[in-house]
Write a protein that binds this ligand. Sequence first.
Ligand code: F6R
Length: 605
Amino acid sequence: MCGIVGYLGNDRAYPILIDALKKLEYRGYDSAGIAIWRNGKIEVARKKGKVDELREICASGFEGTMGLAHTRWATHGTPSERNAHPHRAGDVVVVHNGIVENYIELKEGLRKDGHKFLSDTDTEVIPHLITNHLNKGADFAEAVRLSLAEITGSYALGIIHEKDRMLIAAKKESPLVLGIGDGEFFVASDAPALIGRTNRFIFLEDNDIAVMKDGSLRLMDVEGNEVERKVHVLHWSGAMAEKGGYKHFMLKEIFEQPMAISDTLIGRVKEEQGEVEFEELKLPGLKRIKRIWMVACGTSYHACLIGKQMLEANLRIPVEVDIASEFRYRDPIMGRDEMLILVSQSGETADTIAAMKEGKRRGAYVLSVCNVLGSTLARDADGVIFTHAGPEIGVASTKAFTTQVSALYLLMLHMGRKLGLMGNEVVRARIADIKKIPHKLQTLLDGAGSIEELGRKYMGFKNFLYLGRGINFPIALEGALKLKEISYIHAEAYAAGEMKHGPIALIDENMPVVVVSPNDQTYKKTCSNVEEVAARRGNILLFKDTDAHEMAAKANVVFHVPAVPYDLQPIVHIVPLQLFAYHIANLLGTDVDQPRNLAKSVTVE
Ligand code: F6R
């Protein structure tokens, strides 16, 4: 995983790099490092721990106008100062995100040539390889190119040389973006890290090498052929990457959901005509699509589970949902008349990208639902629907999830029209339904103060059970995931009807049971399940949308959620569960935005 950043320009590099590195910290935060070039010398500082700890040892500051920085999520070698990046060999200094798969063979060969290694990382072979080629007479850019040709695996690289004021960036299977300023260049693992510095970006493609020197940029591939890449202009403002008065990004992002959903609808829903169109999407002949697959990881996988229910019920096309890390290795039976929908906030999740490749190889039409412009899934899929959630910085996904569900709802309406299954009147009414969601969510959020009190009451419990049915079973899964990942409290989710087949044995007065129970077709069944929990003295937290919920009197806590049509229930029901997890974690004092062991985009297997 890891985040990398680089700068070459006329301003002081240190604050620019540290600022961008803080924004990339979601990608890993077990150690950090920085290298600054000044007058033919490179100074390096590395530290185990977070970027703030690195900042402390750099108190005197670095003065140069070119540099690199790195925040690490350990793969090869424990989190420690010696394994922290940048890594150096001779005059060459490198930061790397990815994995050099053949590093053991390369290391052996380099050792025979007299190279000495100071870390346990795979990365360290890269500056040594470059030095080797420099020693044989190659110039810096050529030495980098020849070295990359020897590497198998993945990389996003920033590379500098002590005797040459030149910044080189290279990419293969790990994300990397160039920011183009006025006579200055930036390199970063993602564009949001550079918000406020520039809004012009080049999204590098696999095997691209960018050579930046004296205000000019040269792009080539690993074979040495010149390549051209488009400059994209992003309209994200600096304020979007700030906390804006909230204690944590996660809380800010929970409260941004009404706006994020509105932004996901804008320009796509034509209420009067009863149409939904995606400007960026050209779907194939839909009548030939016999089956849809939905593949993703984590929270995005939960969005797929909801998508399945919406698409199957409304389009009557069979939908299979898979976890990306399972899908890629299970030899799926998939053919040309099928559609693969990949859902991802980052667009860079390694397993989801591998699933895309698998789907393409099998001839399916591949559609991605993504939040990050220029990301691999957005670029390489046959079609893309962007969720316009804006940058999501908290590691725990919130607004990305509700915009994914919103985008899948829009896709369902779009396909319903195209397939002739839904008339304008139906689509018009269903557009009106989703247009009301931002306002309903705002009302929910305005009245959600009591959830902090709930958090205080429940923060001491060690285990939680979450129950839901139908389209809200994924909400039980997602609510439990939110609690686990930020508060480190064990939580499990079950389809409510499944509880009696095992988990019911866990229930006693020390087991809080969170029940998602809107007044839908499964409501009566869930009531019976609540009854079963109550009979065993389980501690019931009921999230309901009907004033007359039969089980309210049996619950220890009742929280009212606005009533909305069935397909949209997940969007309103997840929000109080996000807040519940947030408040427990905040009260317990965990690192809410960067929970231990996690990284925001998982670019390794
Ligand atoms: C949980 C969370 C993760 C991500 C998962 C997929 O809060 O954020 O489970 O959903 O790593 O990431 P994307 O959506 O970027 O592919």
